[in-house]
Write a protein that binds this ligand. Sequence first.
Ligand SMILES: [Zn+2]
Length: 132
Amino acid sequence: GVGKSSILNALDTDFHLQVGEVSTALGRGRHTTRHVELHRLSCGAEVVDTPGFSSFDGAELNLELKRRLPETFREFAPFLGQCRFVGCSHTREKGCAVLEALRKGDIQKSRHDSYLRLCEELKPLQDWQEKK
Ligand SMILES: [Zn+2]
């Protein structure tokens, strides 16, 4: 499955330096979490806490992840809601405000790449839900 550390590393390649701090912030006993949690750390980073993808058991997680993933990228915030299409995934849509900001350099490419990687990791979940 996808653990916290791989999510953190996907969010920010520098994050491995802060894993100890994250563990402290999240505490123990979170491994059975069945819903997605967002954590804002004192260092300013935001962390998504999810159950392992193999252990989720409902569409709720899928939907919440899907809905909230863009929010976890703080620099996307000014542009969310400005996309041409409701439900824009900010990956390749025309009229996407996030992609426009990326083109203008308002969003770093490395950050958007991290976002794309997370979207890819979420894809099996979405496929699973569609088959249901
Ligand atoms: Zn968009």
